[in-house]
Design a protein around this ligand. Structure first.
Ligand SMILES: [Zn+2]
Length: 252
């Protein structure tokens, strides 16, 4: 059983490394998607702003027509004023002229506001377009980096998978089944050391008789509190030497 437990510890190290590698991959992909989402939103905003600009410009053209029309009406009335013969007619045309002048003033003011709006929208569009270019370049280089990182991670994962398969072959079905069962129920450690009468997984005390069994290392012992597989801590002292190219992984 001691050997089985040692194999299991090795399998666990590989499994934890694989978890860690998969997490790293997820992080990279998440970050890429975040950046792409940001870029898409900026492009959307830009499209909306361009539409908005077209609408304002069309409104501005309309105001220009209105101004022309009012001016021509004004000229017409001023011409008419010269020809009127009665005081009453004069007053009526003068009132018309006043109204037209007010209209003209108001329309010119509105046109001015539209000019300002066009200018600021054009400036904002220009800034967004620059930002999009920068972001595209940034993302392109990030994608290249990320793809390389992902390829490296995949390579590492594949190598670990090979070793995982080997380790699983070497462990007995019964022990492997127990290990898989514990891992399926909670992520992280499935096999933990027992030290000083305690389970190092949950830090609960182990009954003295069971602790003796664990020290003997001849049976598969399960922590009565957290249900993890237990081994005597001293049995794992030379574990690291047996695993080629792997480093211990922090248990989550
Ligand atoms: Zn425990």
């Amino acid at each position: 059983m001691k050997e089985q437990l040692a194999l299991l510890r090795e399998l666990q190290r590989i499994d934890l490394q694989l978890d860690e590698l998969e997490d790293q991959k997820d992080d990279i992909q998440e970050k890429l998607e975040e950046n792409r989402g940001f870029l898409d939103k900026l492009i959307d905003d830009l499209e909306n702003q361009k539409k908005e600009l077209e609408e304002v410009k069309s409104l501005r053209r309309q105001k220009k027509d209105d101004i022309e029309q009012t001016r021509s009406q004004l000229a017409d009335r001023q011409e008419k004023l010269k020809a009127v013969s009665t005081q009453k007619e004069f007053g009526a045309v003068e009132t018309e002229i006043d109204v037209l002048k007010k209209n003209l003033e108001q329309t010119q003011e509105e046109a001015l506001h539209l000019d300002e709006s066009i200018e600021s929208t054009e400036q904002s569009i220009e800034e967004k377009e620059e930002k999009i270019v920068q972001l595209r370049e940034g993302i392109a280089s990030e994608v290249a980096d990320a793809e390389q990182q992902l390829a490296e991670l995949d390579e590492e994962i594949e190598a670990r998978h090979d070793r995982q398969d080997e380790a699983r072959e070497e462990v007995s079905k019964r022990v492997l089944h127990k290990y898989d069962f514990i891992r399926s129920r909670r992520p992280g450690l499935a096999i933990v050391p027992a030290k000083d009468g305690h389970c190092e997984g949950c830090f609960m005390a182990i009954p003295p008789q069971q602790f003796i069994e664990i020290q003997r290392g001849e049976t598969l012992e399960i922590c009565p509190s957290c249900q993890r597989i237990l081994y005597f801590w001293e049995h794992a002292l030379d574990d690291e030497d047996k695993v080629e190219g792997s480093e211990p992984v922090e248990a989550g």
